[in-house]
Write a protein that binds this ligand. Structure first.
Ligand code: COA
Ligand code: AMP
Length: 627
């Protein structure tokens, strides 16, 4: 008899070792683990210590060996290049084995880092899994970041090889990747031994003799490489995400717990059986892409789709429905912002009727708050359950969701439902005491975190402790605030740090402030996230100029906008700033960003008791009104 959600959840909390130990049997191990959960060094916990496996084997070779060789593993759908290409599990294995051989020929062995700087093309998946095959550690960098961000990541993880391409295509714009890569390598202190570059026909690039080699040449010259067994606790990848400073945090994922948890989520959270078609419309540069374009669907023997296009403009707001119908997609996962973009262009969803969506079963949304309008629009026009789920780069899979594969719970608008098995979520006050149901506080997860989350930050053990574990002893701090209602439904309200969410992309306003402050005419600045109908939030800058600066404000604003684009990247979407005489501050000198944000969003706000000079606020209102 199948168990209720509450029964499954309770078991995961009461007996995590028993719960995950059983689930781990679903993975093919080279050597079984000694301990399901090593609790010997709290607050550090390690899953499946002593076990050995290979993640690539479990994603690909295993399915070839077990009867899925001819099933589609990966479909590349690229409206921007007018390409659809399907790789069977056998073909995918062969491509990965060849590229793993190429990486090995260029010196990559177990434990070495490889940066992957590629758009949403199959080579990104192949390169990631080729690293996993060798036991090397990949770090994928999203294409919308500038050379400077890439350089920071090069210096932090010190890759032996970088895998990149000549160009990406953003709707109809060609984005030259290679000059950005060359600039990043120039900026970085660390130099990779080699770069393996895919030449795309839309725009080729020049290669540096001795350092660079073309992808196809490297793969053709290589012998296919076998899967290398690694420890369950060995790193699989590093994924950098925004922290509260310009220094990104390198979220580290290990092999064993990741494979166990992610495979389990496909059936239990998403209700997806092996063989079905699952599409995460995201980018491999984000955690959603790592977990749900690449690892989870392949671990589960699904067909996964990598889509090089946008929800609108490639060619129209029917793009998602075309992909769903053409490839018989059963479950789609994307960010609410994608649906807002579609809704804006096709408010009545009339393009949906042009496609056969009869196989389409469920829509999952995450990455930012799901606003009620978008939820209702999707439900009404698609006629399928729309599931909001909450997660973070750090956790690697969802913290809260309606687990359709266990038991569908009633949906409450505004809530990503309940904590999923393994995630012991609580709301606490500043003293780390649990608050009453319905009261807002810090959302935290009781340690130990379940498998598949992050055991540490790459090269930054102390920062890991300070950022996540110190403030609420015994808990992981999510840095989201919210409440849990009497039925156990979690509501995520806002971040407690400087992170903003722009089109589902996580960005640090602190990092943008660092860039603005470097402008010679800027004495002081603040960046806040203001509500935006399409992207959820957009960054907005306030600049106080140095005494004596008499240049045109418009010129200075144009320059800082360009600086953010060049130093963080176009993805930051920093396009607006205002020059003000003063910033509102507390008496102790802290900038009142929260109050500024409320003013910008047109919300009611209380005059902060600690404000140094209340007459500054009308000046901010005026500056905003003039934008
Ligand atoms: N390489 C290079 N540049 C990129 C890029 C990439 N991979 N991805 C985005 N950019 C650039 C864009 O071209 C744009 O540049 P511009 O300022 O010159 O126009 C800028 O970065 C912002 O891009 P984006 O955030 O994608 O905004 P958009 O206005 O082009 O599109 C949406 C808006 C909502 C359609 C788009 O963000 C989207 O499809 N989101 C889907 C959700 C998603 O993928 N979320 C990820 C987590 S699940
Ligand atoms: P990222 O690490 O880029 O996945 O961003 C994680 C952050 O996005 C979370 O800490 C939340 O602030 C926000 N987020 C993700 N999913 C949701 C959701 N379903 N509801 C509200 N906020 C979300």
């Amino acid at each position: 008899m199948s168990q209720s959600f509450d029964e499954v959840y309770q078991r995961s909390i009461d007996d995590p070792e028993g719960f995950w130990g059983e689930i781990a049997q679903d993975i093919t191990w080279v050597k079984p683990w000694d301990t399901v959960l090593d609790r010997s060094n709290p607050p550090h916990y390690r899953w499946f210590k002593g076990g050995q496996l290979n993640t690539c084997y479990n994603c690909v070779d295993r399915h070839v060996d077990e009867g899925r060789a001819d099933q589609a593993a990966l479909i590349y759908d690229s409206p921007v290049t007018d390409t659809i290409k399907t790789y069977s599990y056998r073909e995918l294995r062969d491509e990965i084995a060849a590229f793993a051989g190429a990486l090995a020929d260029h010196g990559v062995t177990k434990g070495d880092r490889v940066i992957i700087y590629l758009p949403a093309i199959p080579q990104a998946v192949i390169a990631m899994l080729a690293c996993a095959r060798l036991g090397a550690v990949h770090s994928v960098v999203f294409g919308g970041f500038a050379a400077n961000e890439l350089a920071v990541r090069i210096d932090d993880c010190e890759p032996k090889v970088i895998v990149s391409t000549s160009c990406g295509i953003e709707v109809s714009k060609i984005i030259a990747y290679k000059p950005l890569l060359d600039e990043a390598i120039d900026l970085a202190k660390h130099t990779p031994d080699h770069c393996i570059i895919l030449q795309r026909p839309q725009e080729t690039c020049s290669l540096i003799e001795g350092r660079d080699v073309e992808w196809n040449d490297a793969a053709a010259a290589a012998e296919p490489h076998d899967c290398v067994p690694v420890e369950a606790t060995d790193p699989l990848y590093i994924l950098y995400t925004s922290g509260t400073t310009g220094e990104p945090k390198g979220v580290m994922r290990d092999n064993g717990g990741h494979a166990v948890a992610l495979k389990w989520t496909m059936k239990n959270i998403y209700g997806v059986e092996p063989g079905e078609v699952y599409w995460a419309a995201s980018d491999v540069g984000w955690v959603v892409g790592h977990s749900y374009i690449v690892y989870a669907p392949l671990l589960n023997g699904n067909t996964t789709i990598i889509y090089e296009g946008k929800p609108v403009g490639t060619p129209d707001a029917g793009a998602f429905w075309r992909v769903i119908s053409e490839h018989n997609v059963e479950v789609l996962f994307t960010a609410p912002t994608a649906f807002r973009a579609i809704k804006k262009e096709d408010p009545n969803g009339s393009l949906i009727g042009d496609y056969d969506l009869s196989k389409f079963r469920t829509l999952y949304l995450a990455g930012e708050r799901l606003d009620p309008d978008t939820l209702q629009w999707a439900e009404k026009n698609l006629g399928v359950p729309v599931i909001d789920h909450w997660w973070q780069t750090e956790t690697g899979w969802s913290i809260c969701s309606n687990c359709l594969g266990i038991e569908a719970l009633p949906i409450k608008q505004g809530s990503p439902t309940k904590a999923v098995p393994g995630m012991n979520v609580a709301v606490v006050d500043d003293n780390c005491d649990a608050v009453k149901p319905g009261d807002i506080g810090a959302l935290v997860i009781k340690l130990p975190l379940p498998p598949g989350t992050f055991p540490t930050l790459w090269n930054a053990e102390q920062r890991f402790i300070e950022a996540y574990l110190e403030e609420f002893p015994g808990y992981y701090k999510t840095a989201d605030a919210g409440f849990i209602d009497e039925d156990g439904y979690v509501f995520v309200m806002s971040r407690t740090d400087d992170i903003i969410n722009v089109a589902g992309h996580r960005l640090s306003t602190g990092a943008m402030e660092e860039v603005l402050s470097a402008h010679p005419d800027v004495a002081e600045c603040a960046v806040i996230g203001v509500a935006d109908d399409l992207k959820g939030q957009l960054p907005l800058g306030f600049l106080v100029l140095s005494a004596g600066v008499e240049r045109e404000h418009g010129d200075i604003i144009t320059e800082v906008v360009q600086m953010v684009r060049e130093q963080i990247g176009p993805v930051a979407a920093f396009k607006t700033a205002a020059v003000v005489a003063r910033l509102p501050k507390t008496r102790s000198g802290k900038i009142l960003r929260g109050t500024m944000q409320k003013i910008a969003d047109g919300e009611d706000y209380k005059m902060p008791a600690t404000i140094e000079d209340a007459t500054v606020l009308p000046e901010i209102e005026q500056a905003l009104a003039a934008l």
